[in-house]
Design a protein around this ligand. Sequence first.
Ligand SMILES: [Mg+2]
Length: 234
Amino acid sequence: MNSPDSSQKYRDLFFDIDNTIVDFEQGSQQAFRLVFEELGLDFTDAIYEQYKIVNRRYWMAFEDGRIDNATLRSGRFEAFFKEYGYGDYNGQQINDAYLNNLITTTEAIPGIKDLLVSLKVNHRIHAITNGFKEVQRPRLKRMDLIHLFDSITVSDEIGIAKPDSAYFDHAFNLNTPLPIKSKTLVIGDSLTSDIQGGNRYGVDTCWISNSNYNDGGHTPTYTIKSILDLKEIL
Ligand SMILES: [Mg+2]
C-alpha cells in the first residue's frame, strides 16, 4: 500500500470470500454433483437444492455455536443422505471428497483480480472467511489471488468464526499498524456472519446482495448487487 491519504474513507478492506469474490454457488454445485456421480447416484438440480437446505441448517447451528466444525463437516452430509432416503453414508468421507472437488470447481468472479489489484494501490486488503482450511488457501492459490491479500483469516484454522468479535480481533491483530475501526470496511454476502459481525465489531459494512432481499435483522452501511460495484462507495 502507498502512504495512506487521510481524506480517504477506508484504509482497510476485509473481504469475505465465498459468494463475495468467488462464485461459491456454481463451484459447490459442481463439487456436489461430482460426489454424487462418484457414488453412482443420479444428480439433479433439485437434489442440490435439497442439500442446500440441510447445509444451511448446519451452518446456522455452527455460527450460533451449537455444533463444532467436525459435526458441521460430516453431519450435513449424513443428515442429507438420511433425510432424503439415500440411507447411511460416511459423512466424513463425503465431506473430504466434496472439499477436494471444491478447490478446482470454484471460479473467481470475473474481473475480481483487476479490482483487487486496483484497490491495493490505496488500501490494505484482507480475506476473512468461515470456510474450511482444506479449501480456502489452496483455492486462492489456484486462482492466483492469494498474494494480493495483506492478511488472511480462516475460521477453521483459528477455531473462531464470524460473527464473533474475537474473530475480528484476530483478523485485525495480524496487521501492523493495526487497522482503525473508523477506517475499516467489511464486505460480504452473509447478513448473519459478515454484516452482523461487522456491525457488532463497530466497523462499516457493505452487503453484496447478489440480487437477494435483506430479510431484516441486520442493516449494512451499504448494499451493492455485485462486488464489481464496490468502487462506487469507496
Ligand atoms: Mg460468503
